[in-house]
Design a binder for this molecule. Structure first.
Ligand code: ADP
Ligand code: MG
Length: 249
């Protein structure tokens, strides 16, 4: 083998190592969530209670995953950990490249701001704020200058353009959840978390929320983790995981 060929081979080898490390870097950020051996314990008057045990979970960019399982099995607790709303007792939890287990509440809030949306079963709108003010909140937290215009536009998209200045108490359950969906999507999140979003709604309102959530998600291509009791809804997801007694299968 001539000197030139050997040099060429070495150069090629080094280039392939470089390319590989760049690619690996890329795939590292492909994961929206990477949770390893997550556990959650709480101290009660009866002693230590294990709510979640040894949860491993990976969510890819744009993926839609359903979590099903009996009431009390730990679904809401897990969602709160994955979204950075609560901290685990042990384990590692990366959300959008940030190591949440190393951050305090303020640090986790900074990761969530502008990147993460939530829809809860009980809507969780602030009762003293109008619909548009509720939708503006996450934009203001993320420091957006045009919060009111963007919030109004988002309310239009969920069919509540005429109800902007109404308080939550002046809206039906389905309408309140539409405000919550607008609030979740207004920041253009990379990942949306929904905890039984149709659990407090009648069938028709629930169906409308589901269609809105799925179409708004598809438009943006963001990832979705959805806790649901509704088998039809679970079937529309890319993957269905089951929570049982604090263990995810
Ligand atoms: P799911 O959403 O599947 O219904 P949860 O995550 O809400 O389940 O709760 C799982 C279990 O943990 C339940 O038994 C619940 O009572 C218990 N639990 C959750 N949070 C706490 C807490 N802060 N203190 C004590 N028990 C809790
Ligand atoms: Mg729950």
């Amino acid at each position: 083998m001539g000197k030139f060929t050997l040099g060429f081979l070495i150069l090629n080898f080094m280039l392939s190592i470089c390319a590989n490390s760049i690619l690996n870097q890329g795939t590292r950020y492909m994961n929206v969530i990477e949770a390893r051996q997550l556990a959650k314990h709480v101290t009660t008057s009866e002693g230590d209670l294990a709510i979640l045990q040894s949860v491993d979970f990976t969510l890819n960019a744009g993926e839609v995953v359903a979590i099903v399982g009996p009431s009390g099995s730990g679904k809401s607790t897990l969602l709160a950990l994955l979204a950075g709303l609560d901290s685990a007792s042990s384990g590692q939890m990366d959300l959008l490249g940030a190591a949440l287990h190393t951050l305090d509440e303020d640090g986790r809030a900074a990761v969530r701001a502008g990147q993460v949306g939530f829809v809860f079963q009980s809507f969780q709108l602030l009762p003293g704020l109008t619909a548009v003010e509720n939708v503006m909140l996450p934009l203001e937290l993320a420091g957006a200058a045009d919060a009111r215009e963007r919030a109004a536009e988002q309310l239009q998209k969920v069919g509540l353009g005429e109800r902007q200045h109404h308080l939550p108490s002046q809206l039906s359950g389905g309408e309140q959840q539409r405000v919550a969906v607008a609030r979740a999507f207004v920041v253009e999140p990379k990942v949306l978390f929904a905890d039984e979003p149709t659990g407090n709604l009648d069938r028709a309102s629930g169906d409308m929320i589901v269609e809105l959530m799925f179409s708004m998600r598809a438009e943006r291509g963001c990832a979705l983790v959805l806790v649901t009791h509704d088998q039809r809804l679970a079937e529309r997801c890319d993957r269905v995981l089951t929570m049982d007694g604090g263990v995810l299968q």
